[in-house]
Design a protein around this ligand. Sequence first.
Ligand code: AVJ
Length: 323
Amino acid sequence: MKTEFDSSYMDLAPQSHSLLSEVLVGLSKHQKSIPPKFLYDKAGSEIFEKICDLRDYYPTRAEKEILQTYAGEMAEMIGPGALIIEPGSGAGEKVRYLLKALHDPSGFVPIEIEREILLRMTSEIIEEFPGLNITPVCADFTEMLELPVTVGMKNGKKVIFFPGSTIGNLSPGEAIDFLVHYGNMLESGGGFLIGADLKKDSSILKRAYDDSEGVTAEFNLNLLRRLNREVGASFNLNNFEHEAFYNEEMGRVEMHLKSKVPQLVRVNRTVFRFNEGETIHTENSYKYSEDEFAELCAHAGLVLKKYWKDSKNLFCVYYFEKE
Ligand code: AVJ
């Protein structure tokens, strides 16, 4: 197997002290919370892959249908010689549809915090797209990192590919900050290809985030298992349960871990008290109508060029250009 690539940017991932300090801050809040990015350790990322295949979880299937059907149109809009940057690339399944359709792409820059997952996808992409210039960056994309200088120097249009409704993890304000920061990596006319989930009936949302097979519950609870292992916490997984619901007013699905009993939990050297029914807020998944999403991105100086939906109108992929 050919596994040659520029490995200079494989060491930007934060160490576990960042996990501990962010968790201590989150658990000290009135509404306890933990940033969603910590759900995606190796085990969590694997469980998330399982979620994507669930009958009850529609977004992945809907987005793949869109990419499969319209990758040609997307490639047409993007044009030849593009450099694709993907923050939070994961297993990199979706970018393949795009890479296959693009005319003579100049390179691919996956940004992923989990090193093993990044390495695996990098060698798979190298196999599948021989000659494609790939620069894997092992980093927390939410930390607003700078692009590797070698990437910055490449000419050709840069396009940021942000599928999967990952942007839905961010509050609207954070999403604008994210778009502005990544938008600064682009020249005028550079692009953003973003997948975002649409607003819909709350019963469909409830099923997608509280699936009948309990895989999402497992995904959520894995966070506590991770904290026990990585920062010396004493969570008893039997004393917490998964909770997910659509918050209509905020336009988002919320995931929580709910304490079933009054209890004390140690995290490293700090002890936290939980009342019965008290929750740790672990993730948001914002839902946007097409107009709401275009307006959000307009705040970051992005102009909507085109969008594509699946046959059931569940999900939307948007193409924007920087002003
Ligand atoms: C990866 C943030 C897009 O919000 O749908 C799925 C995460 N959490 N089921 C989503 C998730 C529970 C997912 N995103």
